[in-house]
Design a protein around this ligand. Structure first.
Ligand SMILES: [Zn+2]
Length: 223
């Protein structure tokens, strides 16, 4: 798996990023403040095309979303959930989801684990922050322990299972972010204890989200 890692960054992926981000912005046709029609222009003093209301003049900014989740260690195994929702229906993931306004990242990770695996966890430390600029997401994955040995599939999961590290279902993982997280974790465990990792997942231009191996891990830092 380490062959998919690279420290290089390509300018072509940056170009693709800005095209796609502009594409996303162009989908915001109506103002979120007054409901008026938006135009799409570069405002004075800015560099990107924004959705600007033609009625009230306010700009609808789009910013990355935070995805929070848990890597739950139990008896040298880790807890994974099989998705019962799209995208990546039927594929395996660590419990994770979008952070809500009003909660901390750690609270969000605990909540998502409860919702997806009916598991009560205590977070131990932050394991990885992984940015995915192409789709405007940042993942924060916490190391966590089960407060009790009970878990079962929540409404968004068809199965929840503890996997030995050798048995992780690598052939049916849901997302590149999970592949990166699990690779980093297993590499850490081989040589000792989990560290903290920061990295940027750059998907290869022209590949679909389901091609989870089509990425480079750039700017990888660990401590
Ligand atoms: Zn408006």
């Amino acid at each position: 798996m380490s062959s998919t890692h690279s420290k290089s960054s390509s300018s072509s992926s940056v170009a693709i990023q800005s095209t796609i981000l502009q594409g996303n912005i162009c989908k915001i046709n109506f103002c979120q403040f007054c409901g008026g029609p938006n135009k799409h222009e570069i405002p004075d003093g800015e560099e990107k095309v924004r959705a600007i209301c033609t009625r009230c003049g306010k700009i609808t900014y789009e910013n990355p979303k935070m995805v929070v989740g848990c890597l739950i260690e139990h008896d040298k195994k880790i807890l994974m959930c099989r998705r019962k929702i799209h995208p990546s229906y039927g594929l395996w993931t660590l419990p994770a989801g979008y952070m809500e306004i009003g909660e901390s990242a750690a609270e969000g990770a605990i909540r998502e684990t409860w919702e997806e695996a009916n598991a009560e966890v205590e977070v131990q430390s932050l394991f990885a922050q992984l940015d995915i600029p192409l789709i405007g997401q940042t993942y924060m994955i916490f190391l966590a322990k089960l407060k009790n040995p009970h878990f079962s599939p929540g409404p968004e999961s068809s199965e929840c299972q503890l996997f030995e590290l050798d048995d992780i279902p690598y052939d049916s993982l849901a997302f590149s972010s999970m592949l990166v997280t699990l690779n980093l974790y297993i590499e850490d465990i081989k040589v000792g204890r989990p560290k903290f990792h920061y990295g940027v997942i750059n998907k290869r231009p022209g590949t679909s989200p389901s091609e989870i191996h089509a990425y480079t891990l750039d700017f990888h830092m660990q401590s």
